[in-house]
Design a protein around this ligand. Structure first.
Ligand SMILES: [Cu+2]
Length: 154
């Protein structure tokens, strides 16, 4: 299994995923309604920009608990960035992350997006709250590459 993952990741030239605590098991939420039937709302989040500003665009992402979203993460900047929102990820149900020819199902806490790369993270926030978002590349959060994910109740 590990070898298969490694070979997928090698093939995925423009983007790799930080597979922290990735379990490859689809864990449905306790809710009775299967969320996979629910309409998906697309939310675009840019990691940096072509002028190489160290910011998320937008830096405040507003979501509603129980709604299924496709977070379209892209990186138009000349360097790699991470989308890290551990508490948000812990308080959400991840259906899948898709990138190039790779699809990962299960718990994911961070996604690395390489220059010109993009990923689609299909996620259902489960718990209202305000969660921190940051990029863990040394110096980036300090320079302002941070944000908030605000999850409102239904
Ligand atoms: Cu960064």
């Amino acid at each position: 299994m590990i070898e298969i993952i490694k070979s997928w990741m090698r093939r995925c030239l423009c983007l790799t995923l930080g597979l922290v605590s990735c379990c490859f098991v689809l864990t449905p939420p306790a809710a009775a309604t299967p969320v996979t039937n629910q309409q998906v709302i697309e939310v675009q989040v840019r990691l940096g920009n072509s002028a190489d500003e160290l910011k998320f665009f937008p830096s405040k992402i507003e979501l509603v608990a129980g709604q299924r979203y496709e977070l379209l993460l892209d990186n138009p900047s000349p360097q790699k960035h991470y989308f890290i929102a551990k508490d948000f990820a812990d308080a959400s149900w991840t259906q899948k992350v898709e990138a190039d020819k790779l699809e990962v199902k299960g718990a994911i806490h961070e996604v690395e997006v390489k220059p010109e790369g993009e990923a689609e993270w299909v996620i259902v926030p489960q718990k209202p709250g305000t969660y921190d978002l940051y990029c863990s590349v040394p110096g980036h959060a300090e320079a302002g590459m941070t944000g908030k994910i605000v999850v409102a109740s239904q």
